[in-house]
Design a protein around this ligand. Structure first.
Ligand SMILES: Nc1ncnc2c1ncn2[C@@H]1O[C@H](COP(=O)(O)OP(=O)(O)OP(=O)(O)O)[C@@H](O)[C@H]1O
Ligand SMILES: [Mg+2]
Length: 237
């Protein structure tokens, strides 16, 4: 009888103990989350406020497209000799306002995360949003290139056949890599092809990219019809 009573009181204590444990654990988690949250700072680029980790020191605006503003920054946590000391940060404001745009951004992130090739821009980081909900902007941190081919073409730089061949070789290399993964870029244009002073080429802006492309070219028309009903430009054979 006595034993039964003891057991009964133990059973009653158990949920209370568990509850206290959970509350304590939550408090601890909150504290560690607070202390592990990176320090942020803000700066304005082309009228858009960038809020990023304080380690990123703003350098200059390098681009502005339909979807975002791009600037170059120094990552002060890295050694200046590190190849990723200078980075490009693209901010996509109000990323979830429009469903089709949000899908486009998600696709770009997924494809960039998936690719690893010398002639495709490298996604270095996607900074965590400040909270699980309530955030609107997305940042992409990629390796920094000097310029894009649109600017090169309209500059005074003379483009000899050797330059053009070297550019074409690298573009085809990057495209072949994408196609070998059954992905098409669908927005290849000079402003989406980045270049450095050493003429290294990297393809960027995969927002219109699509995966699961049929290997049989006869099926491309069918896929085209599907995509045209969605948001994109047609595929070409
Ligand atoms: N990593 C980088 N290094 C140097 N310049 C870059 C980089 N990423 C982007 N840019 C510059 O920023 C411009 C816009 O970038 P991006 O094409 O990714 O943006 P977008 O908003 O998707 O553009 P679009 O108008 O083509 O849709 C590029 O044309 C290029 O000049
Ligand atoms: Mg672009």
């Amino acid at each position: 009888m006595v034993d039964k009573e003891k057991n009964h009181s133990k059973k009653q204590d158990l949920p209370k103990n568990n509850f206290n444990k959970i509350v304590n654990q939550r408090e601890k988690d909150k504290e560690t989350e607070k202390s592990s949250k990176p320090k942020l700072h803000s700066f304005v680029v082309a009228g858009t406020t960038f809020t990023v980790e304080s380690k990123f020191k703003f350098q200059r605006q390098i681009g502005q497209g339909a979807y975002g503003v791009v600037c170059s920054c120094k990552d002060l946590s890295k050694d200046p000799s590190d190849e990723n000391y200078k980075v490009a940060i693209k901010k996509v404001p109000n990323a979830f306002e429009d469903l089709i745009d949000a899908k486009r951004i998600l696709r770009e992130l997924k494809l960039l995360k998936f690719f690893n090739h010398e002639n495709i821009v490298t996604l270095l980081d996607i900074p965590k949003p400040p909270g699980r909900t309530g955030y609107e902007d997305i940042y992409f941190i990629t390796d920094l290139m000097g310029t894009d081919l649109h600017r090169v073409i309209y500059s005074k730089q003379e483009l000899t056949d050797e330059y053009i061949q070297f550019f074409m070789y690298q573009i085809v290399r990057g495209v072949l890599y994408m196609h070998s993964a059954n992905v098409v870029h669908r927005d290849l244009k000079p402003s989406n092809i980045l270049s450095n002073a050493d003429c290294h080429i990297k393809i960027c802006d995969l927002g219109l990219g699509r995966g699961g492309i049929p290997e049989n070219t006869d099926d491309i028309d069918k896929k085209n019809a599907e995509l045209n009903q969605d948001d994109g430009a047609p595929l070409t054979t």
